[in-house]
Structure formats: C-alpha cells, structure tokens
Design a protein around this ligand. Structure first.
Ligand code: PLP
Length: 391
C-alpha cells in the first residue's frame, strides 16, 4: 500500500473519534477503554502492594501511547522483544525500554547503539546469554561513541525452565556477569528469569511447580554470584499467568506481564492464582455477518483479523455462538445449543481473540471505545507503532 493510501485509511479511522461504535468499519480491532483502564489499575495496585517494580511487556500492544499510559500508572518502563520494537517505541516518546531478549546480530546491535548515542533521554537495557553477545554489544556501543560508565543496562538471562534462551543457572551465568562487569559502559543490572511455557499451564498447582523450579534457578545463580562477591541488583521476569507466584517468592523485584492489559481467550482459560487480580477482556475484533444460511452465519473476520495459534476466537456478543475457522477472511458461526439462534445479515458480532499479541500485529490501528461495546463512542485511536517491527 502506498503511503498516501495508508494515510487516507488512517484519516478515515481517526475521523471516527466522537462517533458511536456502529460507525466502526469491520473487521476492526477495538479496545474497550473502561475495561482496559481497570486492568491497568489492578496490575499497578498489585505491583505497588507487593513492593514490586512493574515493567509491562509492550510486545503485546506495540503501541507507544499505551506504553506511556502504563508508565503514567506506575510502570518503571516497558519491555520489548525486538530491536526495532525498541526503536519504534523510543520514537514514540517511551523513555525506559528493556529488550528482554537476545540480540547478537551486529547490524541490529549497530542500530541499537546508534539509538543509544542519539537518545540520551532514554534508558536502555538488553538481556544477554552468551559471551559473544556481550562482546558484540560492547563493541557496537564503543563504535557508536557511547562511553559514559554504566550507560547501558544488561541482564544476564538464565534458563528458568523453558529450555529456550538463557544460560545455565549457577556458575555459567555468574561467569557472564563477570564479563559484563569488565566492560565499563555496561551496567550489570541483574538477572532475567522468565518462564514462558509456565504462563499457559492451566492448573494453578502445575504453574506453581514450574515457577518453583525457576526460583531454584534464581537462587542457584545468586549464590554463585555471591561466592564471587557480586550482588544481584534485581531479578526481572514473570508474565500474566504467573506474576503472583514470582511476587510470592520474594526473589523477583520486577514483573513483566503484558497480556493482562487486553486479556485474551487463552489466558482467560487459566485457573486463577490465589491473590492475583482478575482481568477483563478489553480487546475485541468487531465483525459483521456478511452471509446467512439457515444453519450458519458467516462473519467478515478470518485469521487475517485474529491470530489462531492459541485457539480460535470466542464469540463475546451475541451470546450462544460457536466460531469455526473458515480461512483468511471468513468465520463461520453456528448456535452453541440446538435451540440457539443465529445473528442476521449485517448484524455486528464481537470476537475475543485467542492470543492478543499476534492479533495486534495484524492491525495498523486499534479503536478505543468508551461506554461499552453496545452503546459506546470512539474516544481515541491507537496506532500499532511497532507493527511488523520484527528485526
Ligand atoms: C521475556 C518476557 N517477559 C514477559 C512476557 C509476558 O507476557 P504475557 O504477560 O503477555 O504472557 C513475555 C511474553 O512472551 C516474555 O517473552
């Protein structure tokens, strides 16, 4: 799409501000602002009540305005997963950004280092799990002219049980911290201990067992560092499925939940953890019936409108409908019970995406609605600033 066509489309969406939900063209990604703000506040209250730093994961919404809103509600900064996400959010006025992931490609590190040099107003951090990664990062910063001692925060990522990124806990992790400390431009900020798979373990007991193992990895590594006379300034990690467990352990000082803000169908299927706040669905795909047969209604939202990696969307409104995938641009609705009814041609159908992160990445904008999905009005439009920023 040309810049002009894209701008024209954005203008059309921005012109919705002040109008009723009926005016929103379909399919569209819609944020229920009232529900989102309740989620925002509940997580902020939880973190404050437990003496934790809150650093929400912005990979979920990829939106600078939402990151700034989270920081205005107590977050110390945000996480991102990708270099280009970090650059997009910095461009959008976000002042504290942690890439909670590995960056080893010299070209990406060069982009990052140049941004660090040109944006002294932003606090930057990254995770490392290899000696090569540390060397390349330090070299890129030097080449870009970044010299101030401790200018760049580095967290050593340990494998907290997921067997994804992360160095072996204990001595191997301590050796990387020593290497970070040997580079004056880097500050050893602490440990990254995130267990992604644990987030989606349905039963609370199973999730607690997984985070117990992660806690053991943190303890082993802290002890190895202490033996070398090194203190761990901070342990960061945790997601929307587990943060109450990390909070309860007393080991983590910072939590990184992302999905709590929008709350997708997959997370809603988790058994709740004792003491964790309850979050509401705040992200919806507005769709419309475009074909109707006696036994089915077909909506104009397929998997180009919502990600299906964590399951199909649930139908929020009207109630009593099952959604079946029917390709890129179609979804088939059938009554969930034999006496159920189907929506009519042209009727609006609200879907709750299975997985919010990749759903957001399918859209240029999210339409923020105040006053509910039935009677509400469009209050603001959020651009997905880091859409497609995968590098
Ligand atoms: C490093 C890291 N921290 C935190 C999260 C938490 O995200 P969420 O709460 O959306 O599961 C993720 C998600 O993948 C992650 O990769």
């Amino acid at each position: 799409m040309s810049e002009a066509a894209r701008e024209q489309r954005l203008r059309r969406v921005r012109a919705l501000v002040g109008r009723g939900v009926d005016a929103i063209d379909t399919p569209a990604l819609v944020v229920d602002l009232d529900a989102m703000e309740r989620n925002l506040q509940r997580m902020a209250d939880f973190a404050a009540g437990h003496g934790l730093r809150l650093r929400p994961h912005a990979k979920m919404h990829k939106c600078a305005a939402l990151a700034r809103l989270q920081m205005a509600h107590g977050a110390v900064g945000v996480c991102v997963q990708k270099t280009d996400e970090a650059l997009a959010l910095a461009e959008g006025g976000v002042s504290d950004i942690y890439i909670s992931n590995q960056v080893v490609d010299p070209a990406k590190l060069q982009r990052l280092a140049q941004a660090v040099q040109s944006r002294p107003d932003v606090r930057w951090a990254v995770a490392v799990d290899s000696a090569t990664g540390i060397e390349r990062l330090a070299t890129a910063l030097t080449v870009a002219g970044v010299q101030a001692p401790g200018r760049f925060d580095v967290f050593v990522e340990i494998d907290a049980g997921q067997n994804r990124c992360g160095v072996e806990p204990g001595d191997a992790a301590a050796a990387l911290a020593v290497q970070v400390l040997a580079r004056p431009v880097l500050r050893f900020a602490g440990l990254q201990a995130y267990h992604g798979r644990a987030q989606h373990i349905r039963d609370a007991t199973g999730r607690a067992a997984a985070i117990d193992l992660a806690a053991r990895a943190v303890r082993t590594t802290t002890e190895a560092l202490n033996r070398l006379g090194i203190q761990v300034p901070l342990v960061t990690g945790a997601g929307s499925g587990s943060f109450a467990l990390e909070a309860g352990s007393g080991l983590w000082g910072e939590i990184q939940p992302g999905s709590y803000l929008f709350m997708d169908a997959d997370y809603a299927a988790n058994e709740a953890l004792p003491g964790a706040p309850v979050f509401e669905h705040a992200l919806f795909v507005k769709s419309q019936v475009m074909s109707r047969s006696p036994d089915r209604a077909v909506v104009d939202a397929g998997h180009k409108s919502h990600a299906i990696d964590s399951g199909l969307p649930r139908v929020a409104q009207p109630p009593g409908l099952d959604f079946a995938n029917s390709g890129d641009e179609h979804g088939i609705l059938r009554p969930a019970s034999p006496d159920g009814t189907l929506p009519e041609l042209g009727e609006t159908v609200w879907l709750i995406p299975g997985h919010c992160d990749p759903t957001v990445n399918l859209h240029d904008v999210m339409v923020g609605v105040r006053g509910g999905l039935q009677q509400g009005r469009v209050e603001r439009v959020f651009e997905v600033d880091a859409r497609g920023a995968l590098g």
